[in-house]
Design a protein around this ligand. Structure first.
Ligand code: MG
Length: 267
């Protein structure tokens, strides 16, 4: 069952989303060569908890031990922050974060360049970011969930990259994961019809090489099967009667907020 949200409920999710946007923006200056992912995790948890009533959504979720998922280079998603993982110049780091506030969840992710990254990695980040934005553009009433996937897949594959099939976006709200599933691939008109009041986490995971992934022995970290780089960007959005409202952007007018958001993951 897809649970639709009213205006007030979407505003409540946006308040969780605003904290996420603040965390991802603040992390930009922290994601530097030499830092450990455990330090980033502590920084994010402190910042989230500095907001009265807010808590990290992932900590304890299905037994996940941390505030952030931190996934480096060929790690796709669900990497566990560690004091043993120290970032190096040229790495890319995916940070996925969820916040719960007053019982409402939001979820977003960004891929950060660590220092200077090579041109191929830069292009992977740009393409994945634009795939997300075009997926969001397709999230309008009358379209179907599959149209979002089509838009994402088209951008990624026409750049010569592949989209991960084994992991998908999702609905969210009172729960961190709700129906429907939102694949990053599909066919036009496939899946549930989009209607006003749906709140979705749209989250392309794009690989430089093949689409296949596997899970490491820690039971969490998803990696590309061929060891190629992977990028991940995610926003929580609400379907409205016009263009989708993005609930996890920095504050301000949409065009300025999008610019600020792009700048976070630019070299
Ligand atoms: Mg997420």
């Amino acid at each position: 069952m897809i649970r639709l949200k009213n205006r007030g409920e979407i505003e409540a999710i946006a308040r969780s989303g605003a904290i996420i946007a603040e965390v991802l923006e603040a992390l930009r200056d922290e994601v530097i060569p030499g830092v450990t992912t455990a330090k980033l995790d502590a920084f994010a948890e402190d910042l989230i908890r500095s907001h009265r009533g807010a808590s990290p959504a992932f900590k304890g979720l299905y037994g996940f031990p941390a505030t952030l998922c931190t996934s480096r280079n060929e790690e796709v998603v669900h990497g566990i922050p560690s004091s043993k993982v120290q970032l190096r110049e040229g790495d890319i780091l995916k940070v996925d974060v969820g916040v719960r506030l007053n019982g409402w969840y939001a979820d977003a992710a960004i891929t950060y360049p660590v220092g200077n990254i090579d041109i191929q990695a830069q292009r992977l980040l740009e393409v994945t970011r634009e795939a997300l934005l075009l997926g969001i553009e397709a999230a309008v009433p009358g379209n179907h969930v599959g149209d979002v996937g089509v838009a994402i897949q088209r951008v990624a594959e026409s750049a010569g990259f592949s989209v991960v099939r084994d992991l998908v976006g999702h609905g969210l709200g009172r729960e961190p994961h709700e129906e429907p599933q939102v694949p990053n691939f599909g066919k036009p008109g496939q899946g549930p019809r989009l209607v006003e009041g749906m709140v979705l986490a749209i989250e392309p995971m794009v690989n430089l090489g093949r689409a296949e992934v596997s899970t490491r022995d820690d039971g969490w970290t998803v990696v590309t099967w061929d060891g190629s780089l992977s990028a991940h960007f995610e926003h929580t959005v609400a379907v409205t009667n016009g263009e989708a409202q993005i609930l996890t952007l920095p504050s301000g007018r949409r065009s300025e907020a999008l610019e600020a958001w792009r700048a976070i993951s630019s070299g």
